[in-house]
Design a protein around this ligand. Structure first.
Ligand code: ZN
Length: 136
């Protein structure tokens, strides 16, 4: 599988600008990018914390996955993303081991990464993302 580190932790928030203020004013981190990911109906804000990023997610649509998540579970940790060397290989390996995949094929995520999600039913309740830096 070849996971190198936790690439980011995704956190569902209702109000991106208020959440950014907390991360900057209280935790002293710097938001270095804000990006809309149309495919996932979210606006994201990124903070670098060592090797790992915090990815804040605000829904851009009432029926978006993050809006539905907040409706059901409230704000909080939405997913965890592992950096993998070879995304296709990691997906095949997970599927062979009986893990339910949300994405059978990689798709484009924020920051130009190739990403795919594993179903939380198969991962002890944690929506799990694999991501691959395409240039590496
Ligand atoms: Zn993510």
């Amino acid at each position: 599988m070849d996971i190198s580190h936790i690439e980011h932790i995704g956190i569902a928030v209702k109000d991106l600008s208020k959440a950014i203020e907390y991360y900057e004013q209280v935790l002293g981190l710097k938001c270095y990018a804000i990006e809309e990911v149309k495919d996932q109906k979210v606006k994201t804000a990124f903070f670098q914390v060592g090797q790992t990023k915090i990815e804040l997610l605000e829904s851009t649509a009432e029926d978006g996955p993050v809006a539905r998540y907040i409706e059901k579970k409230g704000e909080g940790i939405h997913h965890m993303a592992f950096a993998v060397k070879d995304l296709n290989k990691a997906l095949n390996e997970a599927e062979e081991k009986g893990i339910q995949l949300i994405d059978k094929q990689p798709r484009g995520g924020a920051e130009g990464l190739n990403i795919a999600f594993l179903h939380p039913k198969s991962t002890f309740g944690v929506l799990t993302e694999f991501c691959e830096h395409p240039e590496k």
